[in-house]
Design a protein around this ligand. Structure first.
Ligand SMILES: [Zn+2]
Length: 311
């Protein structure tokens, strides 16, 4: 079986033809204008997919198109109700629109959920039943797999694990509340703290960096920069508190980390595990939830979206 899986992001739309073994056959991508109307954006996407499929030998074997969509969805009706970064996406019937243009069945899923689904079926999570995946990027996203199946949430809105409050009256979050995990554990939050704190640390190498990103904060922490080490320590503390909440709420078989900050790999995991070990419910007697890195990288969302047609 072959399906098209598409990952729709704020700057680009990336898709691929994917087999039911999780193999990527061919890829396509196009730029995304977040201020454009959904008709224009998804019209361009459909043109791209039609062009992409034109000479493919498996063209007639495609069983459907799965879309990982950022925003609040009604999955059953195939509607994107709103999307925080796409102001013109209001109650748009995305499934109907794409179906008409491509003449193929269409299914939609929240983008964080589709990434979790991809990892659960074909990535690090493939031998686990209950998984929570946390994406540490511009924001903090989350997807939950229970008994091998995606937990959809009411109306298919998915889970908003990044917006659980870890500090009452804490930092302002993009969602309107204060103190959300996202305001502490996203790459954006780490970068923001670096800019706020660096003036107090004139010796820090961070003062010489023109565009600070999460990677450079971690690199400097590894190189023993005092401020960078402090920032990472605080970042890990908050992130670990968020992950401990998830452990206590779900006690999953596995927590997966993905997104830009997860590229810090074992250096990050080791610090998280050390913190969590000390604060685990039941301390040493309770089972410790393994924390692992997602393995499909930027392909997890596409693969997860295609997977909607393989169950
Ligand atoms: Zn929030």
């Amino acid at each position: 079986m072959i399906a098209i899986g598409v990952d729709i992001g704020g700057t680009s739309i990336k898709g691929a033809a994917i087999t039911d073994k999780g193999e990527i056959l061919d890829r396509f991508s196009l730029k995304m204008d977040r201020s454009a109307s959904p008709e224009i954006s998804f019209g361009a996407m459909c043109d791209e997919i039609n062009e992409f499929l034109k000479n493919k030998p498996y063209k007639n074997e495609i069983i459907g198109v799965g879309l990982g969509v950022p925003g609040i969805l009604n999955r059953e009706l195939g509607i994107v109700k709103s999307s925080p970064n796409m102001p013109k996406w209001i109650n748009f019937k995305i499934s109907d629109f794409v179906q008409k243009n491509l003449n193929l069945p269409v299914k939609i899923v929240n983008d964080a959920s589709s990434a979790a689904l991809g990892e659960a079926k074909f990535g690090t999570g493939k031998n686990y039943k209950n998984i929570v995946m946390i994406t540490l990027g511009t924001g903090v996203g989350g997807g939950i797999i229970i008994d091998g199946k995606l937990y959809d949430g009411l109306g298919g809105t998915g889970a908003q694990l990044g917006h659980s409050v870890i500090r009452l009256n804490g930092r302002q979050c993009s969602c309107g509340r204060r103190g959300c995990l996202e305001a502490y554990a996203s790459a954006t939050a780490l970068i923001k703290q670096a800019y706020i704190k660096k003036e107090k640390y004139p010796d820090s190498e961070l003062n010489k960096v023109e565009n600070i990103d999460a990677k450079c904060v971690f690199d400097l922490a590894r190189a023993d920069d005092k401020l960078a080490k402090k920032l990472v320590k605080k970042y890990v503390t908050y992130l670990s508190e968020g992950l401990l909440n998830i452990c206590n709420e779900f006690r999953p078989d596995l927590i997966l980390l993905s997104g830009g900050v997860a590229n810090e790999g074992y250096y990050l995991i080791k610090k998280i595990e050390s913190y969590m070990k000390r604060h685990n419910y039941g301390y040493l007697n309770a089972p410790k939830v393994p924390i692992k890195l997602a393995s499909l990288g930027y392909d997890s969302g596409k693969i997860g979206a295609a997977t909607l047609f393989f169950d």
